[in-house]
Ligand binder design. Structure first.
Ligand SMILES: Cc1cc2nc3c(=O)[nH]c(=O)nc-3n(C[C@H](O)[C@H](O)[C@H](O)COP(=O)(O)OP(=O)(O)OC[C@H]3O[C@@H](n4cnc5c(N)ncnc54)[C@H](O)[C@@H]3O)c2cc1C
Length: 804
């Protein structure tokens, strides 16, 4: 075995094999894969090999397409067949909700350049004659996907990697990882020790244990999963084409041809966690005992929906374990606090996602950046809230929902409420319907007295619509209270804080008492943060951003190597906040503070540390609604008192609660983008419009060269708000934007603008097309709706109310 390698990849399943190949392809050929047993001996060998491009996140869909297209490349390079059956896919809908979901997939596929269309059930029968159409109302066909041979595919990656110089040691178990002072690793194995600059955890079923080797508790857990192989089916005899891989959502069944019979699998509602505490060391190339009794009712649904399956015998049953993260997407990337330790695990669809994961991880390692937004599979989308208990509840929930369609207004109930702010019960008493963001409960909308605080999952307008409208109008007409505790909050302090922030952020660093909008760029000049920075003192700053991105931003700030005289701390659990917004906000807040809040005395973007009612607080004049507004931050112990004071004083001004849904509507009326939806590392300052907050005169900040180059050349695309005509359904994200029939972009977010009475969609179009009044079409649930660009905010374009 080699004594050293630039990278040691731990695990020879399909994911480790892909990472090995991509690192070697990127030029890091001094890379060594260590496998404790035979290649594929974890979950890979018994997989059904199904592959598809479907994912709720457009960028992951793209990476899945990349994975599938890659197989021909590694076959050619390695001479090893991947056993491809590229026969496409069918998705069957049994009700209106599922049909809407398939239509949305079709709309998204247009811009992603994937061949996908809604077809009739008669056409579906041509692709799969086993379907009993009486159970379904519609179908989607897609050209991409099919299935491959799991072992052939893994070996093709490995052989291709070897041709590029990579090395593989089988039957070599990694026992321990010890960091050296220079950040490199001693990788101790049962065959000796290897010194490596980087290690990658691709240990699949053992990813948790390889996490423990460096003190990490990764949110990953294995579930048992069954599929059956039938005897030959007479209906398939003599057909010129194989069955198209078929997904039956209502039956929670997948199906494909396997020789003359079928392979049928199910994701049952009460799945079994496998090895909840520790994965056995000696488990390799093994299956688990079948449990037909438990699974019979679920397979019987399949036999009803595809009756020919029930008429033949079962040749073989497979029960094998594979891993999931709490939301079902992979965990990829570097981990804060553990330098040169990378993860690529919790991959539940290795044959659809393995290639894309290898691609982005290899870019990340060799170039310092994944090259695109991948936050929905970034390990940093989980934080401390994802404890083993949380994971043990969320993973089975996700497994049970694997084939249930996710509605845009749906909040999943398991492991909730976990993180609660001190006013959680009060908001619930006020009718709040809650969502969870980074584990923290936050109000989405408020059901008035007599209205049930629940919402039917739908792609269309829900029963919440009139109540969200009432909240929006109350804010614009009077004053509203929104809890901001779920924002990401950081404290940066110390003598070197100002100078360090000046390099990390692209904006001018505010002086004491001022707040600024603060974009953060990566070296490629793309947006990695859209935050606000309040200067509390020369050497003390409060930075606020997206709650979902808390760990992502902390990792970014730590990677920027704060010097010893700078302290960076998360204020996630030490600061709670509210936003008070609306024309009467000043009168209300003035009741509770001695600070002079008059327009001339406490201007937009001013900050003060002061008392608000009982609470020692940080008061900023800022907000996200476009109205006169204040954000008030205090510690958890004072937060309930602050809320009570505001609520008591607010009675006289008609203070109303508003939630996240109303905030989305209000911000889009003003044309404000939101991080993780509209602003992502896919976009640049010029494209997002955040360039206006950049201080281009600063001599040095991350991303400066790229941002200057873009400024000189002009932005290629532009973020725009569009008014959508004649619609009774709002966009939810990723719908294709069309010009003269061609997809030219996709929607990043949308809402009904309740105060301007228009349906709104945000997205990016080519800069040349981004003219006021320019007409596009958006494919919303299968219907093309006219969308008109509005370059000026549709509400208060001069910003007079904000500045009042
Ligand atoms: C029944 C079933 C059906 C499936 N069907 C499909 C499907 O149709 N399509 C699809 O895409 N996916 C499917 N999957 C999921 C698929 O199997 C996984 O996504 C994939 O195998 C994950 O690969 P991996 O490389 O991450 O993990 P693994 O395959 O578990 O590989 C991890 C490897 O790491 C090695 N290792 C662990 N610890 C150490 C150590 N300390 N030192 C050295 N080596 C170590 C292990 O021996 C193992 O070989 C299915 C899974 C099951 C169980």
């Amino acid at each position: 075995m080699k004594a050293s390698a630039r990278v040691v990849v731990i695990g020879g399943g399909v994911v480790g094999a892909s990472v090995l190949y991509h690192l070697a392809k990127a030029g890091w050929s001094d890379v060594l894969l260590l496998e404790k047993s035979e290649l594929t001996s974890g979950s890979t060998w018994h997989a059904a090999g199904g592959m598809h491009t479907f994912n709720g996140e457009a960028n992951i869909s793209r990476l899945q397409k990349y994975t599938i297209d890659l197989y021909r490349e590694i076959e050619a390079l390695s001479g090893q067949s991947c056993g491809l059956h590229p026969n496409g896919g069918l998705m069957l809908a049994a009700n209106q909700g599922e049909l809407d979901s398939l239509r949305l997939i079709c709309s998204r596929a247009r811009y992603l350049g994937m061949q996908t269309e809604m077809i009739s059930l008669e056409q579906a029968l041509e692709y799969n004659p086993l379907i009993d159409p009486s159970h379904f109302v519609g179908a989607l066909w897609r050209a991409d996907g099919g299935h491959c041979d799991p072992s052939g595919t893994t070996n093709a990656y490995v052989k291709a990697a070897r041709t590029l110089g990579a090395a593989v040691e089988r039957f070599t178990r990694v026992l321990a990882l010890t960091p050296r002072r220079d950040g490199s690793w001693e990788v101790r194995t049962d065959k000796g020790t290897v010194h490596a600059e980087h290690v990658v955890n691709c240990a699949g079923l053992w990813a948790r244990e390889v996490g423990h080797m460096v003190g990490l508790e990764l949110p990953v857990l294995a579930m048992e999963h069954h599929y059956l192989l039938t005897e030959d089916i007479p209906e398939l005899k003599g057909r010129s084409h194989e069955l198209v891989n078929t997904t039956d959502y209502s039956g929670e069944i997948y199906l494909r041809q396997e020789r003359g019979g079928a392979l049928i699998g199910t994701y049952e509602p009460h799945g079994i966690v496998w090895s909840p505490l520790r994965t056995p060391d000696d488990f390799a190339m093994q299956l688990l005992p079948e449990d037909f009794e438990r699974l019979a009712p679920y397979f019987e649904v399949g036999f009803r929906h595809f009756p020919a399956l029930g008429r033949v015998g079962i040749r073989k049953a497979v029960n094998g374990p594979f891993t999931f993260a709490p939301d079902g997407n992979p965990l990829v990337g570097p981990v804060r606090g553990v330098p040169n330790y990378w993860v690529a695990c919790a991959v539940m669809a290795g044959f659809s996602q393995g290639g894309g994961i290898g691609l982005v991880l290899s870019r990340w390692m060799t170039q310092g950046d994944p090259g695109q937004d991948i936050i929905s599979m970034d390990v940093a989308r989980f934080g401390a809230f994802a404890t083993p208990k949380y994971t043990s509840i969320k993973v089975p929930e996700n497994y049970a929902r694997r084939f249930r369609l996710a509605y845009p207004n749906e909040e999943l109930p398991a492991a909730r409420p976990v993180r609660r702010s001190p006013i959680y019960d009060r908001l619930r008493d006020a009718g709040a319907v809650m969502g969870a963001n980074f584990g923290l409960e936050h109000a989405l909308w408020f059901a008035p007295p007599g209205v049930a605080p629940t919402e039917t999952p739908t792609y269309r307008r829900s029963e919440a619509f009139p109540f969200v409208r009432a909240e929006c109008r109350a804010v614009r007409a009077g004053v509203g209270l929104y809890e901001t505790t779920n924002y990401g909050k950081y404290e940066v302090s110390g003598r070197g804080a100002r100078a360090w922030l000046d390099r990390v952020f692209a904006c001018r660093i505010p002086q004491p008492g001022r707040l600024r909008l603060a974009p953060m760029l990566n070296p490629a000049g793309r947006i990695v943060g859209d935050l606000s920075m309040a200067c509390l003192a020369q050497d003390r700053f409060m930075i606020v951003g997206s709650g979902f991105a808390e760990e992502f931003h902390l990792r970014w700030l730590h990677a920027a190597a704060p010097p010893p005289d700078v302290c960076v701390r998360s204020s996630a659990s030490t600061l709670c906040g509210v936003s008070i917004a609306g024309p009467r906000a000043r009168e209300l807040v003035q009741q509770l503070t001695r600070l002079d809040l008059s327009a001339g005395a406490f201007k937009l973007f001013q900050v003060a540390e002061t008392a608000v009612g009982f609470a020692p607080a940080i008061l900023t004049r800022a907000g996200f609604t476009g109205e006169l507004g204040y954000e008030i931050w205090t510690t958890p112990d004072y937060f309930a008192s602050l809320y009570e004071d505001l609520w008591q004083a607010g009675g006289a001004y008609g203070l109303t609660h508003f939630g996240g849904r109303a905030l989305s509507s209000l911000r889009l009326e003003k044309g404000y983008g939101s991080f993780n939806k509209d602003f992502r590392p896919d976009y640049t300052p010029g494209e997002t419009g955040l360039d206006r907050f950049i201080d281009f005169d600063k001599p040095d900040f991350t991303g400066r060269t790229a941002a200057l180059a873009e400024r000189a050349a002009g932005a290629r695309r532009r973020f725009v708000i569009m008014e959508v005509a004649d619609t009774d359904v709002e966009v939810v994200g990723y719908e294709s934007i069309l010009k003269d029939g061609a997809a030219v972009g996709y929607v990043t977010s949308g809402a009904y603008g309740h105060c301007i009475e228009r349906s709104l969609a945000a997205g990016y179009v080519l800069a040349a097309l981004a003219q006021d009044g320019a007409r596009f079409e958006i494919d919303i649930l299968g219907e093309l709706r006219q969308a008109t660009v509005r370059l000026e905010p549709l509400y208060d374009p001069q910003g007079l109310r904000l500045r009042s």
